[in-house]
Design a protein around this ligand. Structure first.
Ligand SMILES: Cc1cc2nc3c(=O)[nH]c(=O)nc-3n(C[C@H](O)[C@H](O)[C@H](O)COP(=O)(O)O)c2cc1C
Length: 313
């Protein structure tokens, strides 16, 4: 690929998302890495390809009542309810620290309406430290009776359109897996100019406590994440990567470099580490190291040789 000139450092782990060049394909998944500072004593943040912070809305959100997290077989269910400090406090309290990290900062945004998505994008694009915006479209559209934006191709396209109109940085649209045809949603957001898609967000699930005869989560249902969802995520990444021309970012149950490399073979240009951060705070850094080791062992000039190189048939 000629967009990145060969460098002396072999192997080259750089990948490109829109106009954004990452030193390596590993990012942290939104909501599993706080605002990064919490992880500073535990790992070297500067090794990451990018940091994606907890989802931010225009106004602060309290989230759902507890219990909000429960462990499940090979994964976890969460119903945090998109709790966050709101965009103004985020900019005031978190941005300076993040801006000094010399790692691209990607801000995950959410909204109840197109207007909210528009306003939050406008506000964030005034911050020089924002390298890209990741749009969470798994949120309910209040004006459409609470149907999630990400479950309807025309609503997903409409969000992409308003964010793209406002944004001065690359726009990544994060897809919901809770749909019949994720390829149709990916195609719809690509047609409105999304620079990349990331997938998957959590799968809707629930857990029951036999002793109390109550749901484990106060919200009854929540989002399933972790290794349990990896095969579903891989399948969706594979299908979407074959259908769109923009970069695909793989998410879902990635704990090791091997997991990450499987996603790249299936067509992902980059990947995100989510739930694994709760189990091992160094997981994302270890994935970076492992990808580098693999590229060396396999004599790759560039990790990009692997993207979509899955042998089928
Ligand atoms: C506790 C928790 C909070 C999350 N918060 C967000 C969020 O604010 N915005 C978002 O787009 N995704 C959020 N996610 C979804 C993750 O970013 C990721 O897409 C999902 O967990 C699947 O990846 P994993 O299996 O590696 O965790 C959250 C996930 C968890 C577990």
């Amino acid at each position: 690929m000629e967009y990145l000139k060969e460098s002396d450092s072999i192997p080259d782990l750089r990948v490109k998302i829109g106009t954004l060049v990452l030193d390596n394909p590993v990012m942290t998944a939104s909501g599993t890495f706080g605002y990064a500072r919490e992880f500073e004593p535990l790992m070297n943040l500067r090794r990451l390809g990018a940091i994606i912070v907890k989802g931010i809305s225009l106004h602060p959100r309290a989230g759902n009542p507890p219990p909000r997290i429960v462990e499940t077989a090979c994964g976890m269910l969460n119903a945090i309810g998109l709790q966050n400090v709101g965009v103004e406090r985020f900019i005031k309290e978190k941005m300076e620290y993040l801006g000094n990290l010399s790692v691209p900062i990607i801000v995950n945004v959410l909204g109840d309406s197109l207007e909210e998505y528009r306003q939050i994008t406008e506000r964030l694009c005034h911050c020089t430290a924002v390298a890209a915006i990741e749009v969470n479209i798994s949120c309910p559209n209040v004006k459409k009776g609470g149907v999630a934006f990400g479950t309807d191709p025309s609503m997903a396209a409409a969000v992409t359109k308003v964010v793209k109109q406002e944004s001065t940085v690359p726009v990544i649209v994060k897809l919901s897996p809770n749909v019949t045809d994720i390829v149709a949603i990916a195609a719809a957001v690509e047609s409105e100019g999304a620079d990349a898609v990331s997938l998957i967000n959590t799968l809707i699930g629930m857990a029951v406590n036999l002793k109390t005869r109550r749901p484990e989560l106060a919200n009854v249902i929540g989002g399933l994440s972790g290794p349990a969802i990896k095969p579903v995520a891989l399948r969706m990444v594979y299908q979407v990567a074959r259908a769109v021309r923009i970069p695909v970012i793989g998410i879902g149950g990635i704990e090791t470099a091997e997991d990450a490399l499987e996603f790249m073979l299936a067509g992902a240009t980059a990947i995100q580490v989510g739930t694994a951060n709760f189990i091992n705070p160094r997981a994302s850094e270890e994935v970076v190291e492992g990808i580098g080791d693999y590229a060396l062992r396999e004599n790759l000039h560039s990790i990009r040789e692997l993207i979509g190189a899955l042998k089928v048939g």
